[in-house]
Design a protein around this ligand. Structure first.
Ligand code: FA5
Length: 352
C-alpha cells in the first residue's frame, strides 16, 4: 500500500473515532481540510496509482455522506425551550410555585380603564373591545380622510407589509376611532327603534412617535360614540364634564378649543381644570391650571353615511380620550415610560 493510501486509511480511522465519540458531526467532517486536500490530489497522481487512490478517497467521502444522512455525530435534539405559559412540570420545575394573588395588583392603566368604563356604563354607554390590527379602510376611508390628504400623515401610522384579503394595507391602529364605522354599522338598527347608539371603546393605539416623557408609541385611549336624533354640542360637553368630574371626584371645569379632525365637524380639543392646583404657576401636572386631555366633536355626516346612517335624520358626537395620560394625571406619574417598564417597584405603588 502506498503512503497516500495509508494516509486515507488513517484519516478514516480518525473520522470513525470522532463520530463514535459524538464530538463532531459527519457534516462537519465532510468539510475537513485534509479530506479536501486528498480529493484535490487525485488528479495529480501518476496514471498507475490514480485509480486505487481515487477509489479510496471517494469511499471515505461516501462513508461520511451516508453517516451524515443517518444523522451520525452529536445528538441533534431541539434545544430545550421554556414554555412561559406553563407554571410547572413542563419547565422541569419541582412544584407549582405560584404566587399568592395578594402579591399582584391591576396595572394602573387597567384601573383607570375599569373605573371609566364603569362611570360610562352608569350613564348608559356599553363597552366594545377595540382591535390591535386593522386596515386602512377603518383607519382612514371610513373616517372621511380624503385619499392622499396630509391629515393621514398626522396620525403617524405604522403600516404592515401584508395586505388583507381585499388588498387593503394592514395597519396598527393609530387611534380607537378605527372602531367607529364598525360600531355604527352594527348598532344602527337601534336608531329605528328610537334608541340611541351609546358606546365606549377602550383600546391600544400605536404611533410612530419619538418617545419622550409624555409620548409613547403604544398608549391607551377610550373612544366614545353617541348617535341619536337632535344631538347637540351641549350634550357632548355635559357628558364629558359629568364623567370626568365623577372620575376625579370633584366638579371640574372644561376649556374648549377649536381643532381639526376629518371625522368630526366641528372638532374640539378639551382641557380640564387641574384637579391638583388652583392655577398655580409651578404645578407639576398642569400648565397654568389646564390639562389637555382629549379630542372630540360632532360626528361628520360623511362618517354616518359610510355606515348607512341618514345624517339628515340622526347626528351625534364622538371623543377620543387618552387613558394613559389620564392615569399619569390621576397618580402624578412624571414619565409615561414607567408603564411598560415592567419594574416591580413602580407597579407595587399601585397595590390597593
Ligand atoms: C385622536 O386620536 C382622535 N381619534 C380623537 C377623536 C376621537 C376626535 C373621536 C374626535 C372624535 P389625538 O391624536 O389628539 O386624537 O389623541 C387623543 C388623545 O390621545 C390625546 O389627547 C392624548 O391624551 C392621547 N395621546 C395621543 N398621542 C399620544 C401618545 N403618543 N402617547 C400618549 N398619549 C397620546
Amino acid at each position: 500500500m502506498n503512503e497516500h493510501l495509508e494516509e486515507v486509511e488513517a484519516l478514516r480511522r480518525r473520522f470513525e473515532a470522532e463520530l463514535a465519540a459524538g464530538e463532531v458531526s459527519a457534516a462537519e467532517l465532510l468539510k475537513d481540510r485534509r479530506l479536501k486536500d486528498l480529493l484535490a490530489a487525485v488528479k495529480a497522481k501518476p496514471a498507475g496509482q490514480r485509480r486505487a487512490f481515487g477509489r479510496a478517497v471517494n469511499d471515505l467521502k461516501d462513508f461520511l455522506t451516508s453517516a451524515r444522512e443517518e444523522g451520525a455525530g452529536p445528538a441533534t435534539e431541539p434545544l430545550a425551550y421554556l414554555d412561559v405559559t406553563a407554571p410547572f412540570g413542563v419547565n422541569q420545575s419541582e412544584t407549582a410555585a405560584l404566587l399568592d394573588p395578594s402579591h399582584g395588583s391591576l396595572h394602573p392603566i387597567a384601573k383607570t380603564q375599569n373605573e371609566l368604563v364603569g362611570i360610562f356604563a352608569r350613564m348608559g354607554f356599553e363597552a366594545v373591545e377595540s382591535r390591535q390590527l386593522d386596515n386602512e379602510f377603518y383607519m382612514f376611508d371610513s373616517l372621511n380622510f380624503p385619499q392622499n390628504h396630509p391629515a393621514r400623515d398626522e396620525f403617524d401610522t405604522f403600516f404592515l407589509q401584508e395586505k388583507d384579503a381585499d388588498g387593503r394595507a394592514l395597519v396598527a391602529p393609530a387611534h380607537t376611532s378605527t372602531m367607529q364605522n364598525r360600531v355604527l354599522k352594527r348598532l344602527k338598527g337601534r336608531l329605528e327603534k328610537g334608541l340611541p347608539i351609546a358606546v365606549v371603546v377602550p383600546g391600544r393605539a400605536f404611533r410612530n412617535e419619538d418617545v419622550d416623557s409624555t409620548h409613547d408609541h403604544m398608549f391607551y385611549q377610550l373612544e366614545g360614540i353617541y348617535v341619536a336624533e337632535k344631538v347637540t354640542v351641549a350634550n357632548l360637553i355635559a357628558t364629558l364634564k359629568e364623567a370626568l368630574s365623577a372620575f376625579f371626584k370633584q366638579e371640574l371645569e372644561l376649556k374648549i378649543q377649536p381643532f381639526y379632525f376629518p371625522f368630526t365637524e366641528p372638532s374640539f380639543e378639551f382641557a380640564i381644570s387641574c384637579p391638583f392646583c388652583s392655577q398655580a404657576a409651578a404645578c407639576r401636572v398642569c400648565s397654568g391650571g389646564w390639562i389637555e386631555l382629549l379630542g372630540c366633536g360632532m360626528i361628520h355626516p360623511n362618517v354616518l353615511r359610510m355606515a348607512d346612517i341618514d345624517p339628515t335624520r340622526y347626528n351625534g358626537f364622538a371623543w377620543g380620550l387618552g387613558l394613559t395620560r389620564l392615569t399619569m394625571i390621576g397618580h402624578g406619574i412624571e414619565d409615561i415610560r414607567h408603564f411598560a417598564s415592567g419594574k416591580l417597584e413602580f407597579l407595587r405603588q399601585f397595590k390597593a
